[in-house]
Structure formats: C-alpha cells, structure tokens
Design a binder for this molecule. Structure first.
Ligand code: GLA
Length: 392
C-alpha cells in the first residue's frame, strides 16, 4: 500500500514525497450526541483511516489530490483560501491550512499533498476529522511547528466548525489525535479531562456494519440536533443548572417539568441518560464486564431511537439482528440518519454473524451491508520518509 502511494504521488506531482502521515477513523462505542453539551463520550481510534503524503514546494502554491476522488483532479490554491463548495473534500485540508494560518503559523512555502483513505465516507466513522488530522500532523511536521496536540486537534475542530460549517463537538478530532492502541478513551468533552481505558478484547471483536444509507452532516438534521439540545440546555442553565452532565436520571422529573417542549425534552433526556451510561460503561470495561457494557450499548441505541430520534429503520434492523445473532451489544454510532452500527461479537461467532446480518438485510432492503472487522490504533502520526530510508 505504501509503495503504491509513493508511486501515485510521483505520477501526480512529478516528484517524491518527503513526509507521510496516517490518521485513524474512529468508532464511538458509547456516548452519542453528548459532545456539544460538554458530556461524556467513549470512542476508539481505528486501524482504518486516512494516509497523506506531502512535499514542500519552492513557491507558495498548495495542491491537493485524493486517490478516492480522482474526478475532482488537483485542487490548486494560490493565495485564495476561501471555502469553495466545488472543492468538496479538499475543503477539509484547506480549512486546516487556513485555520493554522489564522493562528499565526506561517507557511512561507506551499505544499503538494496526496490523500488516500480506506474509511467509508459519510458512514459515521469520522472520515472528515481523519482527513483534517492527517493534514494537520503532516503540516506540523513539515513546517516544524511542534504544535501541542490538544491545540492542533482543536484547530481541526475549528476548521470543521467555522470553515466547513458543521458545528460538531470535539469528540472526533480528540480521539483521532489522542487515541491509543488497545484502549478506549473516556473523555469529558466539557473540560477535556480524559482517561485511557484498557480494552482487553481477547474473546471479542468489534464489528462495524454499514447500512449503506449515506448521510452528509452538512445537509442532515445534525445542526438541528445541536440547536435543540442547546435550547434545552439554556432553559436548564437559566434555572441554575451549570452543566447537563451533572444531572442524573433521577433529575428527569424536574427536567421534564422545566422544559415544556416534548421534542426538546426527548433530546435532553437522551443526553442525561447517555452521560450516565457512558461513565458506567467505562466502569464495566475496567471490570472487564463486556456483557454489562453490551447491555448499555443496547440501551443507548434505544434512547437514540426513541428519545433523541436520530435512528432509521435500517439501523434498528441491524441492531436487532446483531442481538439475535449473538452480539453482546450493538448500537448506531456517529450522528445517525444513516451510516453504521457497531457491535461487540464473540470471536468464535464472527463468520456466522456476518453471514446472518448480510442475508437478512439483503432480504429486507435489497442492499448488501458492508461489514468491517476493525482493530484499535494509535492517534494520528507523521514521519519523514527520507529519515526512514536513511535508517535502513
Ligand atoms: C458526529 C460529530 C461528533 C458527534 C457525533 C454524535 O460524528 O462529528 O462530534 O457529535 O456526531 O455523537
């Protein structure tokens, strides 16, 4: 794979790359739609993600090319860093360059950058944050910025919020920047304190099943989720509640009385119960209780479906079939409206499981779901290609 990327780079840009980065995708095991009201999340960085290869240029021009989107051709930027809808995927790395420049990181020379990703796009595995971090660590290394990791990933989130225009929380960039192999990350998205929790998966596997219903965050109801959650949060803040994450399921009667809008109450109810499930889930994993963790995943799905209302029938079918086929737990993952579910499945039953899922889904929806058997991985990294060659 790496060799092929080197060759592609040479063919497209007619020179050799100097740096290579990899940024994982992520799957969120529990803690969904909690990260824009300062709640808890529990994502894992994956061994599938985005590769970026780059070389500085003698002039100030930046050129971006994606092997996944060859019809887009080379996107060339010569000083005009405005967001352009027709630049599509390239707006992500453009956003990162532009935000870093706004923060005072000077790039006196331009760069040629090639991207290749093996994450399905628009499937809820964070392909966009993966591109952002692959670009960010590459730029950080190539220009010798040595930006502190938390700052770098916050710049990537800023690129997504203010450049691309999706008001996402910090979860995706955080796990992609900070993930550790064989660990899940319990993150308090309010104060950014976090714990890396061991994931001793020996007897189990994480499977991700793609409903093949693609959604785009910019045109889905994602921003509406945020607006309504924030509206509910404000009503509670006006009543003296500092943080939604401080509320527990016991507070729900008070919350219901205070918020007199059924839709908004549903959003807030999910957030409160999900925060609780997420910290509890981390405790279960600490105790190596996968069964208990699986039950919380199922409750989470139910809450996303009934209270938060971002699931769709295809995702519900996949979750129900996962349970029927022996998964310890399963739930939709990511923003919802399409995309993937994640399931924890006993290692010995994986083949049967895959077959059963495919068969039933094809029968009902006439579509073959893609199934990814994933491993955890470290966060985004960049290395210099020359130095690696010299070392050999
Ligand atoms: C998307 C966003 C995340 C998070 C999830 C829902 O993936 O990018 O920040 O809000 O949806 O949990």
């Amino acid at each position: 794979m790496r060799k092929e990327l080197l060759i592609e780079f040479q063919e497209i840009f007619e020179q050799s790359p100097e740096y290579q980065s990899f940024a994982p995708g992520r799957v969120n095991l529990i803690g969904e739609h909690t990260d824009y009201t300062g709640g808890y999340v529990f994502p894992v960085a994956l061994d599938i993600g985005t590769y970026a290869l780059g070389r500085k240029r003698p002039d100030r021009i930046f050129r971006f090319f994606s092997i996944n989107e060859p019809e887009q051709g080379i996107v060339e930027i010569d000083g005009d860093w405005e967001y352009r809808k027709n630049h599509e995927w390239a707006n992500y790395p453009k956003g990162v360059v532009s935000i870093l420049m706004n923060h005072g990181y000077e790039m006196d020379k331009g760069m040629d950058i090639l991207f290749y990703g093996n994450l399905p796009r628009g499937a809820g595995l964070s392909s966009s944050a993966s591109i952002e971090l692959a670009a960010a660590v590459l730029l950080d290394k190539a220009y010798g910025f040595h930006i502190e990791r938390i700052k770098l990933l916050s710049c990537c989130r800023e690129a997504e919020n203010s450049y691309v225009g999706v008001n996402c929380g910090i979860m995706d960039q955080f796990i992609i920047g900070m993930g550790e192999k064989n660990r899940g990350l319990l993150l308090n998205t309010g104060d950014l304190t976090f714990q890396q929790i061991p994931l001793p998966l020996e007897e189990y596997r994480i499977l991700i099943i793609n409903s093949m219903v693609r959604r785009s965050l910019t045109d889905s109801g994602y921003n509406r989720c945020i607006e309504e959650a924030k509206a509910g949060e404000k009503v509670l803040k006006d009543q003296g509640i500092h943080q939604l994450r401080d509320l527990t399921p016991e507070d729900l009667p008070f919350v219901e009385k205070t918020i007199n809008d059924a839709g908004i109450y549903g959003r807030i109810k999910h957030i409160i119960t999900e925060n609780h499930r997420t910290t509890e889930g981390a405790e279960k994993l600490r105790a190596v209780d996968f069964q208990g963790f699986g039950e919380l995943m199922l409750e989470s799905h139910q809450s996303l479906k009934e209270d938060f209302q971002v699931s769709i029938p295809q995702l519900d079918t996949l979750v129900q079939d996962s349970v029927n086929l022996g998964a310890l737990g399963a739930r939709m993952t990511g923003a919802g409206f399409g995309g993937c579910i994640v399931a924890i499945v006993p290692r010995t039953g994986v083949e049967n499981f895959k077959e059963g899922i495919r068969k039933n889904y094809e029968k009902i929806y006439g579509l073959t779901p893609e199934i990814y058997l994933v491993n955890s991985s470290d966060g985004a990294k960049c290395k210099s290609i020359e130095s690696e060659v010299e070392k050999r």
